[in-house]
Design a protein around this ligand. Structure first.
Ligand code: FES
Length: 537
């Protein structure tokens, strides 16, 4: 198997049984806050002819719409993770991909001699409502592309092995603690913990998987805008005693040095266009430049990034110019959009249980204070009261979000790191779940997911039936969305229909519903009907 690194989480896997392009990314992401590190503008994506395309999830450093549209051949068959929402498939179909293999999480699929398995994680906290890992077996070599996922179904992953190669993330890709208004010493201590925790977690995965070779991957991104440039970690694992201990974005060389200091010496560095030839006999890595030049990227990172920033000045300027503005009443627009979502948020609302203040700023300071009131489930003007959570965001960024009707503000605004935050008390997952679920479908799925954790067997009476409360499709609350007519229950969220006498779904063959007539014994919970991965064109 030949692995060509394409930058960040990207790789091109070539085997005798077929090739897979994974997570190709080049376009600046998140309001041009993130760029691939090292620079991957020399990677010739257009020269690849992949049999398969694998996009692990929809975060924009993994799903690059512009690159996929312009440079990736649409003849590739997409290997689709089993996500609860159809967004990834829809996006790729919109880009022109026509052939899909819908996989089942943790179940291997044989593709004419190439065995693959995608394992998904689908809690609201996993990526943009879903993240995944890819296992590949070409008959001679097995590879695990974990990228930035944190899989919980580790038994399925190990069952596919043993592995020769393991690609995984080790560095932060999050705004905590860098955007928080904290004392510098506190922020440094938290940054140091974040930095070490990320590498220690990766080490645990490495030891659990036990692959012959490990390849640091999926980050860190670098920050080329002058407003964010100071967030880069300028330390290097190639320089003895180099400092950087409180930066949460350590690079590949720092992680390899960390592994070595813990007795793990099978890590291999890849930069964009590096090639790793893997065979049962071993692994040979070839870089696209002399070793000294590779080392200088990391040992002279500040000057490397300054040069990179100069080359990308036009891209930064173009992104700024392309941000759409919103001339209307911003409070009115947010209220019209979010009030109905807050009304659906029966778990998320109480989960936040407080006020979230959005301070929108411009050149003259704070222009507007808007409260997302999770207690009374409404968006309104701030009346001066205490708010447990506060975000300070440039108004033009919020305008762009509204103008684009962006339904996932985590996968757009928050990952940009272009804001400041403060809170009293601990991290609250429900807040960010709300901000990544700004459509009824997404909100119902996430709220339903939390509800199921609390009440897995919750039933509701509809007509003469007791029915499982959450829709088997995407967990809409059937007490609100279910309509019964002639023994057929229709969920108003996406109009899936269920025959309550048999529990059979009349819309899709893979979902059943638990239902019984009032007064009769509950039917046992149905086993999910699972089909092996299949090719759809
Ligand atoms: S949630 Fe989609 S049909 Fe019910």
């Amino acid at each position: 198997m030949r692995i060509t690194a394409t930058g960040h989480a990207g790789s091109y896997l070539e085997t005798a049984a077929g090739s897979i392009l994974c997570d190709p990314w080049r376009s600046p992401a998140y309001f041009a806050s993130w760029f691939p590190f090292p620079d991957n503008s020399g990677v010739e994506f257009e020269s690849f002819a992949p049999d398969f395309l694998y996009v692990s999830h929809l975060h924009r450093d993994h799903f690059d719409r512009g690159l996929l549209r312009r440079l990736i051949k649409k003849s590739a068959t997409v290997l689709l993770p089993e996500f609860p929402m159809e967004d990834l498939r829809t996006e790729l179909a919109d880009l022109g991909f026509r052939s899909f293999v819908q996989t089942r999480s943790g179940e291997p699929v044989d593709l004419d001699g190439l065995r693959v398995m995608i394992t998904t994680s689908v809690s609201p906290a996993d990526g943009p409502l879903g993240d995944s890992t890819l296992s590949v077996d070409d008959g001679a070599v097995r590879l695990l592309n974990q990228n930035d996922a944190r899989p919980r179904d580790i038994d399925s992953i190990l069952g596919f092995g043993p592995y020769d190669a393991h690609l995984l993330q080790f560095s932060g890709a999050i705004w905590w603690p860098v955007v928080y208004e904290l004392a510098e010493a506190t922020k440094a201590a938290l940054g140091a913990r974040k930095r070490l925790n990320g590498m220690a977690r990766a080490q645990r995965f490495i030891e659990t998987v036990g692959a012959r070779f490990v390849f640091p991957n999926s980050g860190p991104a670098c920050f080329l805008d002058r407003d964010l440039f100071g967030l880069n970690d300028f330390s290097s694992g190639l320089v003895e005693d180099d400092k950087g201990a409180d930066n949460p974005f350590p690079d590949q060389t720092v992680f390899l040095a960390y592994l070595a200091s813990n007795g793990i010496h099978n890590g291999r560095l890849l930069i964009p266009s590096s090639v790793a030839e893997l065979s049962p006999a071993g692994c040979v890595v070839t870089h696209p430049m002399p070793d000294g030049a590779v080392e200088r990227i990391f040992t002279h990172k500040r000057s490397y990034l300054e040069g990179y920033a100069a080359r990308q000045a036009g891209a930064l300027e173009a992104e700024r110019a392309a941000r759409p503005s919103y001339d209307g009443d911003l409070l009115g627009a947010l209220s019209e959009w979010w009030d109905p979502l807050l009304a659906l948020a029966d778990k998320i609302g109480p989960g936040v249980g407080d006020l979230v203040l959005l301070e929108l700023t411009g050149d003259a300071g704070v222009l507007e204070r808007i409260v997302v009131d999770f207690v009374h489930r409404q968006v309104r003007l701030h009346a001066g009261e205490e708010c447990r959570y506060r975000f300070v965001i440039a108004r033009d960024l919020v305008e762009a979000q509204v103008a684009r009707h962006e339904v996932d503000w985590v996968n757009s605004l928050f990952l940009s790191l272009r804001f400041r935050a403060a809170r009293r008390g601990a991290y609250n997952e429900f807040i960010y779940t709300f901000f990544k679920c700004l459509s009824p479908e997404r909100l119902e799925f996430a709220d339903g997911w939390y509800a199921e954790q609390d009440e897995p067997d919750d039933l509701v009476r509809i007509g003469d039936y007791m029915v499982q409360r959450r829709c088997p499709h995407l967990k809409a609350d059937l007490a609100k969305f279910g309509e019964l007519q002639d023994g057929v229950l229709e969920c108003g969220m996406h109009h899936w229909r269920f025959d309550l006498a048999t529990g059979r779904c009349l819309t899709s063959d893979a979902h059943k519903i638990v239902a019984y007539t009032v007064g009769s014994e509950p039917a046992p919970a149905p086993e999910p009907e699972r089909e092996p991965g299949r090719l759809e064109t």
